[in-house]
Structure formats: structure tokens, C-alpha cells
Design a protein around this ligand. Structure first.
Ligand code: 173
Length: 467
């Protein structure tokens, strides 16, 4: 719920994230009283339904006050209808006092499924492949993860995560897990080239971030695609796209492939099981804690049912390498790249599931967009552990500057900020940490606390470049 124009404007970055993350979100915005609307009154939202465009699926300011309850009910259904996303309702202030007819009960939205004949054909293609890969994206829900594992095992297929996916979609310590695709054509091309058949499920084909001047999909690779998004289906750059619920398709494909294969194929002997993070280089004496080492310490302490949120773009790949999300754990990130989402999302997730430990890995730069979420965490006593990987600046932008040939771009350092003082000011216990041992000790305490905790971890520069 947001205030008319200023409130919605303040939330637009996160609305963009909600659209990219396919979050079923209903935004209710206040509007000035109908009686004043012709006179451009103070705090009026002008052309209210246009302001959140194009990041909402639907936006309405009901024509009559008595239509508001039905519009809200429709908004809840629309937000959940595949592909899920934000829906906006602007409500003039005097409407709340007007009588309205009761809203009829509505059934849950129904979701289209891929036709049996198409799935049968696809199962034939996958089981006939020499070296198939599954590329999974945000459309693979929590509930569908087990189906993804079953299909990968039935096919003995490599599993890759689509570029800039919003959540963990496959256990990352599984022996068939083969890593994260990067949003750059040359890297994608290289990662897909060992595979004769690639099934992209629940992701666009493909989301890019940088122009790497290469073709995306190798000529010898056949690409098949399942998505619940008509836009993503139509927009796929190559291959055949099938429209339908990804979880349903994974489940039915597993059965069809198992039937076609008969026995599951023998597991490849060469792969270690489970997959383990790479060994870390030893830290030099006196050098700052490396972000990679810090992430490895978090990984070692992470509870089996933890929910991890990340908003530290510089360290995304290091996190994937050193902090594999295991079967019972969850992971979320803003697929938009827009900052300011993870801290409030972490508080929201802790409120929704108070028995889980929620860990928010955030950069010092990122933390400054919605730092007041600490106050909500303190007031509501959520079990949220904020781990700030503090390198004193916007180092993702510095890395991007190096990539663009602007290595000395100004304005990207953030000296003189005391995050522990800020946290204390909002009522959250906070400590500064500079060594791996201290981080380990503080994490053990934080994971046992029944209150939010912020650890401000001073880290050195990232080991590699962004992509
Ligand atoms: O490309 C950008 O503009 C950007 O903001 C960004 C986001 C993530 C990593 C690096 C740069």
C-alpha cells in the first residue's frame, strides 16, 4: 500500500523487481478525494494508472466507488495468473466510505499446461540426445524443484541455471548441477556448446546484460523451451517454444522420459557426489578478509533450512561458487538488478516464516537504498541476519566501468559511513567483523538469536571480474 504519487514513485524500483521476479503483487495506491480531482489538489496522483506502467500487468482506478472491492478482488487473481506479476489499483480516498455490493467468490486462476502430444515429442528429443542439458529459470517454483531433480536424473542431464534467475531452482550440491549461465552471449555460447539438446524451462531465451558480440546458441545445439509467459515464448531468439506451466511440464516430462528410457541411465562415474565448493587460496597475513572466504564461512554455518537473499552484485558469482544452496534451503535475488529490494524482502520473508533463519547478504552500497527496513526488523523482532559485505563502495559499478573502458569513474566510493551505528539507531544489534574467525563466532551467535542482527564485514576486493 503506497501513498499516491510520491509513495508509488519511491517504490518504483521495487515494482520493477517484482515484475522481473514474477512476484504476484497487488499494489493499492491512495488517491485524492473524487470531489477534488478536477482541480489538481495537493497530493493528487495525475493519470494514476499510467505512472506504474509498464511494470504492472494491469492498472485501474475504478470508474465508480462501488466497483473498488471487485477491482481489488480481480487484482488478486490477475497478480497470480501466469505469468505472475504486479497489478495496480488506485483508490480515491472517499471511496472507502461508500457502500458497495458484496464481491462474488472467485475460483483460483487456472494455468495452461503444455499439450500431451507436444510433451511426448519433446520427451523423444530429450531421450534421444547424446548430451542433453536442462536450463532452469525463475519459473521453476519451490514445489517444482523435486520434479527438476527427477527429470535431470532420468536423463542424466547437466543442469544449468538461466542467466539472472531470481531464485534457487536446483540443489547446487547435486552431482548433475553444472553451474550458472552468464548474461553474456560469448559465455552462453561456450557453456551450451557441449550439448546437442538444451531444454530451457521457466526462463527467457536468454536474458543478457552485456553485449559480447557473439552468437548466443551454437548451431549444432537444438533448443527447446517451456514457459508460462506468452511474451517469453514469442520473444525466444531461436528454437521451439511451448506454452504451459513449467512445474507441470517437468513432472509429466519425467514420466514420459522414464517410460521412453525404461531404466534410468547409469550415473556418470567421474562426477564427485555431492558437488563441493572449490578450495580457497590461503589469505595473506594481514590482508583483509576476502569476500570469497567470508562467503565460505557463511556457507559452513548456514542452517539446513535457511532462506538466503542476496544483493551484492559484485559477489554474485563468488556466492554461487562458495555458498551452494542445498536441497532444503532457499535463495532469492532481484532479477531486475535494481537495488533496495533484498533487505525489506528479507524482513518480509522472516515475517512470513518466523521459524526459518533468513540471511540477507548485501553490499554496503546496496544496503543504503532501504536501510530503514532494519527498523521494521527491530520493531517486529524478526529472525533476520544481515551480513553486509563491506568493500567501501559501489564495486559492481567499478567493475562495469573497467569493462567499458572507464576505470576511474567518479562517485563510486562510499567512505565515512558507520553501518553499525546506523543499525543501532534503528534498534538492530550490530557488530563490525574483520576476520574469518570473528565472522564464524558472530554468525553462530546471530543464527541462535531471536532478534535481528547486522554484521558489518570488512572485505577486500573481489577475486575476479563480473563476467
Ligand atoms: O550495468 C549496469 O548498469 C549495472 O548497474 C550493473 C548491475 C550489476 C552488475 C554490474 C553493473
Amino acid at each position: 500500500m503506497v501513498h499516491s504519487a510520491g509513495g508509488l514513485g519511491h517504490g518504483l524500483g521495487s515494482l520493477y523487481t517484482a515484475e522481473r521476479n514474477r512476484t504476484p503483487l497487488v499494489v493499492l495506491a491512495g488517491q485524492q478525494t473524487r470531489a477534488l480531482l478536477t482541480g489538481e489538489p495537493y497530493l493528487m496522483a495525475r493519470r494514476a494508472t499510467e505512472f506504474p506502467q509498464p511494470y504492472v500487468k494491469f492498472a485501474v482506478e475504478p470508474a465508480r466507488p462501488e466497483d473498488v472491492p471487485l477491482a481489488i478482488a480481480q487484482a488478486f487473481r490477475m497478480a497470480r495468473q501466469a505469468p505472475a506479476g504486479p497489478v495496480f489499483v488506485s483508490i480515491p480516498e472517499d471511496d472507502w466510505d461508500r457502500p458497495a455490493p458484496p464481491v462474488p467468490l472467485q475460483a483460483d486462476p487456472s494455468h495452461a499446461v503444455v499439450p500431451e502430444e507436444s510433451l511426448r515429442r519433446l520427451a523423444g528429443v530429450l531421450t534421444g540426445a547424446r548430451h542433453p542439458a536442462l536450463v532452469l529459470g525463475s519459473g521453476v517454483s519451490e514445489a517444482a524443484r523435486a520434479h527438476a531433480v527427477a527429470l535431470a536424473e532420468a536423463l542424466d542431464a547437466d543442469v544449468l541455471v538461466a542467466p539472472l534467475t531470481a531464485r534457487a531452482v536446483f540443489p547446487e550440491d547435486h552431482c548433475l548441477f553444472a553451474g550458472f549461465l552468464q548474461p553474456a552471449a560469448d559465455r552462453l555460447h561456450k557453456a551450451l556448446s557441449p550439448h546437442d539438446v538444451v531444454a530451457v524451462i521457466g526462463a527467457p531465451v536468454f536474458t543478457l546484460h552485456v553485449d559480447a558480440g557473439s552468437t548466443l546458441v551454437p548451431e549444432a545445439t537444438r533448443l527447446v523451451h517451456i514457459t508460462d509467459s506468452p511474451g517469453d515464448a514469442a520473444g525466444a531468439i531461436t528454437g521451439e517454444s511451448l506454452l504451459g506451466d513449467p512445474g507441470d511440464a517437468l513432472k509429466r516430462l519425467t514420466d514420459l522420459c522414464a517410460l521412453a528410457i525404461g531404466e534410468p541411465r547409469p550415473k556418470r562415474p567421474k562426477r564427485p557426489q555431492p558437488r563441493t565448493p572449490p578450495a580457497l587460496p590461503m589469505a595473506e597475513n594481514g590482508a583483509p578478509l576476502s569476500p570469497e572466504a567470508a562467503l565460505a564461512v557463511v556457507a559452513a554455518r548456514l542452517p539446513d533450512d535457511a532462506v538466503v537473499l542476496e544483493e551484492a552484485p559484485t559477489h554474485r558469482n563468488a556466492m554461487h561458487a562458495h555458498l551452494p544452496i542445498r536441497a532444503g534451503q532457499r535463495f532469492h535475488v532481484a532479477a531486475s538488478g535494481s537495488l533496495g529490494w533484498a533487505m525489506p524482502a528479507a524482513v518480509g520473508m522472516a515475517l512470513a516464516e518466523p521459524e526459518r533463519t533468513v540471511v540477507c547478504l548485501v553490499g554496503d552500497g546496496s544496503s543504503l537504498y532501504s536501510i530503514q527496513s532494519l527498523w521494521t526488523a527491530a520493531q517486529r523482532g524478526t529472525r533476520t541476519v544481515f551480513v553486509v559485505l563491506n568493500n567501501g563502495g559501489y564495486s559492481a559499478m567499478k567493475a562495469f566501468g573497467r569493462r567499458l573502458g572507464v576505470p576511474e569513474a567518479p562517485g563510486l566510493d562510499l567512505p565515512g559511513i558507520d553501518l553499525t551505528a546506523l543499525a543501532a539507531g534503528f534498534g538492530v544489534t550490530a557488530r563490525r567483523v574483520t576476520t574469518g574467525d570473528d565472522l564464524d563466532t558472530e554468525l553462530a551467535r546471530a543464527f541462535n538469536a531471536d532478534r535481528p542482527v547486522l554484521l558489518d564485514v570488512t572485505v577486500g576486493p573481489a577475486a575476479g571480474e563480473l563476467y
